[in-house]
Design a protein around this ligand. Structure first.
Ligand code: GMT
Length: 377
């Protein structure tokens, strides 16, 4: 098969969509394709030189005459420039707004028959989809793309309900590279973090936006800590951190909550954890739950968005109603107090992460999408 030249655009800062886009680029490059990242800065997971990977930075100048810097136009111009100079076959954009719309403009500017694949990750639909000033633009971005994927069946359903596009959308789940995201020996870290041998470890990883319901995590943890020795690891940073600290102090558990901020090697932290909590009110997939599962950590998630497509209730963890602190605490204690339940869920989680969300399998799905578009010419 001919090796392809693929442009990828994503938000390069920390976030699930950026992780998925960057890991996809790295794995496609390993397969011999030439990958061109086009974004406002180097994606954060591109930490070294990779063979077949190139990065093109979008520069936005601030002109006093404009109230806002014209980022979208600069991005479209850069996409068109790279498409022509590098002879791109495909542009794979992550997020309809603004990336798909920019890609469509770039295709016109380049005068080339550039194939556009758009992947919906959630926030553009579940947040912007409620803004009437955005729905037409989102629909345009979706309908004018050559192929559209979404990261869960739930997100597809929401997209049809909110945006009503006349376009088929395919579910392609997020994936995990089990060569990297795997259980590791991080027993030394336990001591360094001051976790005592008899303490259970609960972990929550997010950007601490209000939708992640980190305060519910604290409330659940308070219930757990009442019954058994435990520590809570909070990984990530965001606007709710201050409220999290205040609530933890109020509930008298502040010294049991470790605020670790943004971390690179999260698999080391998952590997010393007994349970992961993802209690969001919006979540199109929940990549962090998949990352935890790949390290053999049972998860409790809310019955929201794509979370039940990742966590299987009663097999890899539990699915509970949003905000039902009593139920979540009871289920958490059930996992933490019964070794056989914990170990059964842990094994199932490892197995599910590998068999349903393995990178090899999902990267091939994207590769086949690109080839199918080029064959149809
Ligand atoms: O969750 C966030 O706030 C970040 C956001 C992003 O743009 O990276 O995550 C979205 O995409 C991830 C990758 O597909 C999904 O795992 C997250 O569930 C999704 N977040 C939401 O839907 C809130």
């Amino acid at each position: 098969m001919k090796k392809l030249k693929i442009g990828i655009t994503c938000y390069p800062t920390i976030g699930g969509s950026g992780v998925v886009a960057t890991e996809l680029g790295k794995l496609l490059a390993e397969r011999g394709h030439e990958i061109h990242f086009i974004s406002s800065s180097l994606p954060f997971r591109l930490t070294k030189m990779y063979r077949n990977i190139y990065s093109h930075e979008v520069e936005v100048n601030q002109y006093s005459v404009f109230q806002y810097p014209p980022y979208d136009i600069a991005l479209a111009s850069k996409m068109a420039e790279v498409a022509v100079l590098e002879n791109l076959d495909v542009l794979h954009v992550h997020y309809a707004i603004p990336h798909a719309v920019c890609a469509i403009l770039a295709r016109q500017m380049s005068g080339r028959d550039l194939k556009i694949v758009t992947t919906l990750h959630g926030t553009d639909i579940t947040v912007l989809g409620y803004d009437p000033s955005m729905t037409d633009a989102i629909r345009f971005g979706i309908e004018k793309s050559d192929y559209v994927t979404a990261v869960s069946a739930s997100l597809i359903k929401q997209t049809y309900e909110l945006i009503k596009p006349k376009k088929e959308i395919d579910c392609v789940y997020n994936f995990i590279d089990t060569r990297v995201n795997k259980r590791v020996d991080s027993s030394d870290l336990r001591g360094e973090l001051g976790i005592l041998p008899d303490e259970k470890v609960i972990i929550h990883v997010s950007n601490f936006r209000p939708v992640k319901r980190a305060l519910d995590v604290i409330r659940v943890f308070a219930g757990i800590a009442e019954k058994l020795p435990a520590k809570l690891l909070l990984v990530g940073d965001g606007p709710e951190i201050k409220g999290v600290c205040s609530l933890a102090s109020e509930l008298g558990i502040r010294e049991k909550v470790l605020l670790l901020g943004k971390q690179e090697r999260v698999e080391e932290l998952y590997s010393l954890s007994d349970l992961m909590l993802l209690l969001s009110e919006k979540e199109s997939f929940g990549l962090v739950a998949l990352e935890a599962m790949a390290c053999g950590v049972p998860c409790i998630g809310t019955n929201v968005g794509g979370i039940p497509e990742v966590i299987v209730d009663g097999q890899t963890g539990y699915i509970c109603d949003l905000g039902n602190i009593a139920e979540i605490t009871e289920k958490a204690l059930h996992i933490l107090m019964n070794r056989s339940v914990h170990d059964h869920f842990a094994l199932n989680s490892l197995h599910r992460a590998e068999t349903n969300f393995g990178a090899e399998q999902i990267v091939s799905v994207y590769e086949n999408i690109y080839y199918s578009l080029l064959e149809n010419d």
